[in-house]
Design a protein around this ligand. Structure first.
Ligand SMILES: Cc1ncc(COP(=O)(O)O)c(C=O)c1O
Length: 372
């Protein structure tokens, strides 16, 4: 089976983990954590990093630190992984869903303002499948309406918007280091910010709300959202390879584009697009199966699986899921979600693998092609 994602771990990850184990510092104290925080923050062009146990709690921590609570509304794209919306719900706030941009699938900035109410406190743009959001437009809306911006960059380590790294725009940005992410610590996450006060608040909230100068004195109710030294040990080794991974992902995307362009010309599929202002890191290389193809997206997925190729459907839009269901129609996201497939995108994928996958897709779609 060619997997849809696979971590790329090497000798240095192992060496660092052994060092952490031998030192005895295996919980959330130890030299690797601060080093990882500092280096990852610097990589993204931010001053402070607060490492967490996963990306979901990074989002929760960011929202809490910004004071989001009961009765507040937070704008999120409807097409994202459920964690973005859940983190808002954990704060007893309401996620308000916005439709996708038809070209690059992230939140459509032109659809944000109509969703702003007096209760709106923040926007969470999600750099979906490795493609950056249009941050100039989003930051301008946030400034005009006095809203916080929390970037959800879980899927976009190393991506750039107009030459600046994603994660360097919002009040706080959040990353995931889950096993299928561009760099991984197994489970793990991080919040980045340039605001010292927010960083300190997040550190306190991450550690049960404990006063940093008075042990077991808890001024506020916090959480245990800490990352372990062993996770950070892996993260430091992974971070050294991030640029190499990004280039590999972009090469894989280029190979897919070349191999599948005929299908796009026949309008059977739509390829993953990179906007002129974006450097997409193609966390997952994606295609949309057009209605013109005589096979459904789900049947294509099934047939590829029979050929030993693992793929994934796109996320469901949040507004159709039972916890968030409403009568609203967000047609662009609904359409993209129905048609989208994540193709195998692991950095270990070879040119031959991409060829095999592309030939399999071409074979299945052409078999069902009735011509114009
Ligand atoms: C957009 C997005 N946000 C948040 C998360 C949550 O991260 P984690 O799985 O590390 O909790 C993920 C993925 O897993 C994600 O894809």
């Amino acid at each position: 089976m060619i997997p849809v994602a696979e971590p790329c771990l090497g000798k240095e990850e192992l060496k660092n983990v052994i060092e952490a184990v031998k030192s005895g510092w295996i919980s959330s104290k130890g030299k690797f954590i601060e080093e990882f925080e500092e280096k990852f923050a610097r990589y993204c062009g931010r001053k402070y990093g607060v490492a967490t146990s996963n990306g979901t709690v990074a989002l929760h921590l960011a929202l809490k630190a910004l004071g989001i609570g009961k009765g507040d509304e937070v704008i999120v794209p409807t097409l994202t992984f459920v964690a973005t919306a859940n983190a808002v719900t954990y704060c007893n706030a309401k996620p308000v869903f916005v439709d996708s941009h038809p070209e690059y699938w992230c939140i459509n900035p032109d659809k944000i303002e109509e969703k702003i109410t007096p209760r709106t406190k923040a926007i969470i743009p999600v750099h979906l499948y490795g493609h950056p959001c249009d941050m100039d437009l989003i930051m301008k809306i946030a400034e005009d309406h006095n809203l916080y911006v929390i970037e959800d960059a879980a899927e976009a380590h190393g991506a750039e918007y107009k030459g600046e790294k994603v994660g360097s725009f919002g009040d706080i940005s959040c990353f995931s280091f889950y096993g299928n992410k561009i760099i991984t610590t197994g489970e793990g996450g991080m919040c980045l910010t340039n605001n010292e006060e927010l960083a300190e608040k997040m550190r306190i909230l991450r550690d049960h709300g404990m006063n940093p100068t008075r042990r077991y004195w808890h001024d506020i109710i916090g959480f245990n959202y800490r990352m372990t030294n062993m996770q950070a040990a892996v993260g430091i080794a992974q971070l050294k390879k991030l640029d190499e991974f990004v280039e590999k992902k972009r090469t894989i995307a280029k190979l897919y584009k070349e191999a599948l362009s005929e299908l796009e010309k026949k309008r059977l599929i739509k390829l993953h697009k990179e906007m002129s202002w974006a450097k997409c890191v193609y966390w997952m290389y994606c295609i949309l199966i057009n209605n013109k193809a005589k096979i459904s997206r789900d049947d294509l997925i099934k047939q590829l699986e029979e050929k030993g190729i693992e793929t994934r459907p796109f996320f469901y839009p949040m507004h159709v899921l039972p916890p968030y269901k409403n009568s609203e129609e967000l047609p662009v996201a609904e359409e993209i979600a129905k048609k989208g497939v994540n193709l195998p995108s692991a950095v270990g994928l070879t040119k031959r693998d991409v060829q095999i996958i592309s030939e399999a897709i071409t074979g299945i779609l052409m078999e069902n092609y009735g011509g114009d």
